[in-house]
Design a protein around this ligand. Structure first.
Ligand code: ACO
Length: 333
């Protein structure tokens, strides 16, 4: 990490929210040709939550997660200086963060969306840390929230079984630089392979008789599952090792490995490469599937509620996904 640090940053609070509707693998096999056995052995997923007409929207999930984080430290929303919403499924292409800022009453905060798919939360947290390290802001609310159910082709069994909807939030707060808990990060992009995972925009050229405009709409998630798998298992361990080595740490120092919850086989393969035992892995994928930008804060909030994480534990958090993007943050809790 190469930055001028005026003050340190630490996560002081977390929250999360999930839709009420639960779809288990058996239910999936009632509308696509699949089975609980196939899904569970290939992915580790048992069920996922999806936003339906019984729930409201991505904004409401994000608000619930944010209020949980605020309430747990009795922070008034007006104390928040910045709201970053990491999402690839906003309600508005101009951004959904400002609606959340208004609804939670963060009247003093700047708010913006950050689009980086399943790496969105990691990149959002690093972005928040930069504003704190430089002394610009004191309290930043980082939300990872996705409702990929609206971009999934529910007749495509190779993708629809993977994803679920959720929101997670953390509050990053300034502290003395000697107590800084964001120890290092490593972020990467390789746009050459962006077609491996995409929600493409499909244009038609005859939408205006004179101007021949390029207008269209977004289609469903398209994914080359095998290539995404190989990418994650090869690139993420290197990112983790680089971010540890730079601060004279090694994989032996890791107390908790918290990876983007995409697939149990990806998580285990990365842990094996790093020689990290399974009891150090934080995972709740079986209950929620791949919730994209929400997966890391959702799993972090749950692990904290289960009192798994202790003060001074080293948590290595890594995200990966469309872009392709991937990145690691080393945190001292
Ligand atoms: N149920 C039953 N059979 C299925 C299903 C299903 N849901 N999906 C595919 N199959 C079939 C295929 O048709 C194929 O059949 P065939 O051999 O007769 O052609 C067979 O199962 C094997 O299919 P593969 O695609 O080769 O299965 P694979 O072992 O690669 O597993 C999977 C697929 C689970 C998607 C895996 O490739 C994977 O997890 N990749 C990573 C995907 C991922 O994590 N994406 C999200 C990244 S994060 C983000 O940014 C959003």
């Amino acid at each position: 990490m190469n930055c001028r640090m005026i003050q340190g940053a630490k996560i002081v609070s977390t929250g999360s929210a999930i839709p009420s509707v639960r779809v288990d693998n058996e239910k999936m096999s009632s509308f696509v040709d699949t089975s609980d056995e196939w899904i569970f052995t290939r992915t580790g997923i048992k069920e996922r939550r999806v936003l339906t007409d019984l729930d409201k929207s991505i904004i409401d999930l994000s608000i619930d997660a944010s209020f949980e984080a605020l309430k747990s430290i009795n922070m008034h929303p007006s104390e928040i200086d910045l709201v970053i919403l990491a999402t690839s499924s906003p309600n508005d292409l101009f951004g959904s963060a400002s609606k959340i800022q208004y609804e939670i009453g963060a009247i003093n905060a700047l708010a913006f969306d950050l689009t980086a798919a399943c790496s969105g939360f990691v990149i959002g947290l690093v972005t928040a840390a930069q504003f704190i390290f430089t002394g610009a802001y004191k309290n930043v609310l980082v939300i990872g929230s996705d409702v990929l159910s609206k971009w999934v082709d529910w007749s495509d069994r190779s993708t629809c079984i993977l994803f679920g909807d959720a929101a997670g939030a953390v509050i990053l707060q300034s502290c003395n630089s000697s107590s800084n808990s964001i120890l290092n990060f490593n972020l990467n992009t390789d746009g050459k392979y962006s077609n491996y995972l995409s929600i493409p925009y499909e244009e038609s050229f005859d939408t205006h008789p004179i101007l021949k405009l390029r207008q269209g709409c977004f289609k469903y998630i398209s994914m080359n599952g095998k290539e995404v798998y190989k990418f994650a298992v090869s690139k993420v361990p290197l990112s983790i090792i680089n971010s540890l080595t730079e601060i004279n740490m090694s994989t032996k120092d890791i107390d908790w490995l918290l990876l983007h919850q995409a697939n149990e086989r990806i998580i285990s393969a990365i842990a094996d490469k790093l020689s990290i035992s399974s009891d150090k892995i934080i995972s709740n994928l079986s209950k929620y599937g791949n919730t994209s930008a929400a997966s890391i804060p959702l799993a972090l909030n749950e692990a904290l509620k289960l009192k798994k994480i202790s003060r001074n534990d080293i948590i290595v958090v890594a995200g990966f996904g469309a872009g392709l993007t991937w990145g690691t943050i080393v945190i001292r809790w």
